[in-house]
Design a binder for this molecule. Structure first.
Ligand code: TYD
Ligand code: MG
Length: 448
């Protein structure tokens, strides 16, 4: 093989180079370059110059298209109300997290014909899974195929409402010499599926093994191509799974759907607060409840902190379900503004239930949990703590305060500690005592 037939492609962002490079100059990830063949330019293509089609925006009559409901409420909410006909949805997640299970359950509930294309499992394995998930009915057609041209033919023949391609890493186009799963194959296959979706008005769900760090080929490249990117995630050792929208041309990206894994498949979690607090030990130091907003829903969560003296000069900091750098900042604020000597302590932080939060409104609860465990005092267990903490130790106001308060009241909490600046925005009266605080020291006095 001639030397110049090889190129190196970053499997994270698609950057191409003729030499192997350790670190991608475009997305700065390490060790992501893989060898691929350079595809020959197809000759004999006719130029389309001269066929430009330009129309006035106002000439287009907008028909609002009916969404195809998956009839799984959590799934539909994340999609923005259901699948949009003619759109492509990428469902990414670690291998084994439950993507195939989720799409199979969705397939069984869609009103209309579904074509399930799999390159990962045999028809027998699929029917075994269907049996386990108690999926019945003859609306689902199965195709065990990896050749994209055959798949496209199948879609044209069956004209289903919804197509599932599981997974994009096993699908390949025979016109290209590259192996399945390479950047070229993934990109080309997705683009063709996208074109077919637009033409035939079917909704296509593509499953992709995509880790959070985007280590396996595809994520960043595909994000630009598809209409919606959903990430299915969860800690492997917990039974909760969260479906999160990362990009959505037809809806908000704030929504999340929560599921719980069972032997017979995924069950929707419609009352997440109750579940996440169900195992809380009320008689322990370092445990504080906070109200986070996920999408449009408030969720009460337990923040747990463990502070132990560090015997070596290098204290450990571990955060599960929370940003590690944010924890370091909060520890520095606690040290400087609340005079807690944490720099010689190991600090372990955990958001119970295996869920991840990225909201600043949980800062204050994290500080209170750490202070509670450090000083060996119980934080009041009838209290919910809400607020963002600034570098000066000030407690800053947060959004959606009323929703958070109502959720706390609904779950039987008696007190809520929140930023003073939020108090004037509270209009409705909930049956709960409201304690306003404007700085960290103040909050730490009120929590015990
Ligand atoms: P699977 O859907 O095959 O994961 P993926 O397609 O993301 O690789 O699920 C992985 C395993 O977990 C599979 O053996 C079935 C099991 N599982 C359950 O038993 N119950 C569930 O609710 C889910 C989601 C998975
Ligand atoms: Mg699978």
């Amino acid at each position: 093989m001639a030397r110049n037939r090889i190129k190196y492609v970053c499997s994270s962002c698609g950057y191409e180079s003729l030499k192997w490079i350790g670190r991608c100059p475009s997305c700065e990830s390490w060790n992501t370059f893989t060898e691929e063949l350079i595809e020959e330019k197809k000759t004999g293509k006719k130029s389309h110059a001269g066929d430009e089609q330009i129309s006035k925006l106002s000439d287009h009559v907008v028909e609002t298209e009916e969404r195809v409901k998956t009839n799984i409420a959590e799934f539909d909410r994340v999609l923005g109300g259901g699948l949009m006909p003619g759109s492509v949805v990428l469902i990414g997640g670690d291998p084994g997290i439950g993507k195939s299970t989720l799409v199979m359950q969705a397939a069984s509930k869609v009103d209309g014909d579904v074509l399930y294309v799999t390159g990962e499992e045999s028809a027998n394995q699929i029917s075994l899974r269907a049996k386990r998930l108690k999926v019945t009915g003859d609306k689902i057609s199965i195709m065990t195929e990896t050749d994209l041209d055959v798949i496209l033919g199948g879609i044209k023949k069956l004209e289903p409402k919804v197509v599932i391609v599981d997974s994009i890493q096993t699908t390949y186009k025979p016109d290209f010499d590259n192996a399945p799963g390479t950047v070229t194959q993934i990109r080309e296959c997705t683009v063709e599926l996208m074109q077919l979706a637009k033409k035939t008005h079917c909704a296509i769900m593509i499953v992709g093994h995509v880790t959070k760090e985007g280590m396996i080929a595809g994520p960043k490249i595909l994000e630009h191509v598809v209409d919606t990117v959903l990430q299915f995630e969860g800690e492997r050792s917990y039974s909760y799974r969260v479906l999160r929208a990362q990009k959505n041309r037809f809806g908000s990206t704030n929504e999340i759907g929560i599921f719980e894994m069972h032997d017979d498949g995924l069950h929707e979690v419609l009352n997440p607060s109750e579940i996440f607090l169900s195992e809380r030990d009320k008689q322990t130091t370092g445990s504080v409840v906070t109200a986070s907003i996920e999408g449009t829903r408030p969720i009460l969560l337990e923040v747990q902190a463990l502070v132990t003296p560090s015997s070596y000069g290098n204290p450990q900091r571990v955060a599960t379900g929370f940003d590690y750098r944010r924890l370091s900042i909060l520890l520095a604020v606690l040290e400087k503004r609340a005079n807690l000597r944490l720099s010689i302590q190991n600090v372990f932080l955990n958001i119970a239930g295996g869920i991840r939060i990225d909201e600043p409104a949980v800062d204050l609860a994290i500080c209170c949990a750490i202070a509670s465990n450090f000083s060996d005092k119980f934080a009041r267990n009838d209290t919910v703590v809400i607020g963002e903490v600034g570098l000066g130790g000030e407690v800053r106001s947060v959004n959606h305060i009323e929703k958070r308060i109502q959720e706390a009241a609904k779950l039987g909490f008696k007190r809520v500690i929140l930023p003073t600046n939020n108090i004037k925005a509270i209009k409705s009266k909930a049956d709960i005592e409201i304690v306003g605080v404007d700085n960290l020291g103040n909050a730490l006095n009120k929590i015990f």
